[in-house]
Design a protein around this ligand. Structure first.
Ligand code: SF4
Length: 306
């Protein structure tokens, strides 16, 4: 029996994906073009890359950060006035992180991009494997996220980076927006908006914020990017997991829900920023990193200075 293939809506080739939210079937070429077009638009709209910039990329070696690095290299790699540098943070999670860091090394070697590897052990004298079993006030991911963000920013500053790209995709952004609403956390919502220049903080960019997670995975697969697999043993952020499941169910029943959450947030983020202006930054009295109080979040969590 002859099997009928579905054709791309833009040409006569076989489709490899159906985007329920746009109603489009796309072949490999038009899918890749669609992803890259959205990313270029996002960069132009929110992050305006100028001449002589150093773009650091937080590179875990997973699909999102690897795709971010790969696409930024495709867009800016030929420009002699722009340097792209990968920064991998080794949080000290046996059985998980070494594998993804070796993927990060493989990818940066393939692309001829400099990679800097920093670790919690050398910076903070501890690891997530040591923090996780301790009596803690917060979940493991809170510690890990705060410490990694701080070390990424510090390293980016040290190399003179003017932007710090991270691999948050549409699903991550939609989950975070909903999570902040459900927690009533306005200050986090303000910080989620595309950032402004702040002394001591390298401007963070999220080139994948308009790309659904499944499409990032497909893009990485089609480009044969070396990816570390396996899950982190401490990934138990319960509320985010519930929101992720709920949003995925909503997306099936109401395609476009994740995009609607993001575009609604983008429309009000300017008003939020005006109503709740971010405080000016000080320097942490222990480590010197930019923060809003006397102590930065990383030093507070590590109980430094007590
Ligand atoms: Fe860190 Fe949580 Fe991610 Fe594991 S899942 S690497 S603990 S943030």
């Amino acid at each position: 029996m002859e099997t009928k293939t579905i054709k791309c809506n833009k040409c006569n080739n076989d489709a490899i994906i159906f985007q329920k939210y746009s109603g489009m079937h796309l072949c490999k070429r038009h899918f890749i073009e669609d992803v890259e077009r959205k990313i270029k638009l996002t960069i132009r709209k929110h992050y305006s890359v100028k001449r002589n910039e150093v773009i650091a990329v937080g590179l875990s070696g997973g699909k999102d950060s690897s795709t971010t690095l790969y696409i930024l290299d495709r867009i800016f790699g030929k420009r002699p006035d722009i340097e792209i540098v990968g920064i991998s943070i080794d949080e000290g999670i046996e059985g998980y992180r070494p594998d993804t860091i070796s993927s990060a090394k493989e990818l940066t070697e393939k692309l001829g991009i400099r990679l800097i590897v920093r670790s919690f052990r050398e910076e903070y004298g501890t690891t997530m494997d040591e923090i996780a079993p301790m009596q803690r006030e917060k979940g493991a991911c809170s510690y890990c996220g705060v410490l990694r963000k701080s070390l990424l920013n510090k390293t980016a500053l040290e190399i003179g980076a003017t932007k710090l790209a991270i691999g948050h995709n549409l699903d991550d952004e939609a989950q975070t927006i909903l999570l902040n609403h459900l927690k009533g956390d306005v200050s986090r919502m303000v910080r989620l908006a595309p950032p402004k220049e702040l002394e001591g903080l390298v401007l963070r960019m999220k080139p994948l914020r308009q790309i659904p997670e499944k499409e990032v995975a497909l893009y990485a697969y089609l480009h044969n990017l070396p990816l570390g697999f396996g899950g982190c043993p401490y990934a138990h952020e319960a509320m985010r997991r519930e929101i992720r499941i709920m949003l995925n169910e909503f997306e099936v029943r109401h395609p476009g829900t994740k995009y609607a959450l993001l575009s609604g947030f983008d429309k009000i983020s300017g008003i939020l920023g005006r109503e709740f202006p971010q405080e000016g930054l000080l320097n942490c009295i222990i480590c010197g990193q930019a923060c809003t109080g006397e102590l930065c979040q990383a030093c507070k969590l590590l109980k430094r200075g007590q």
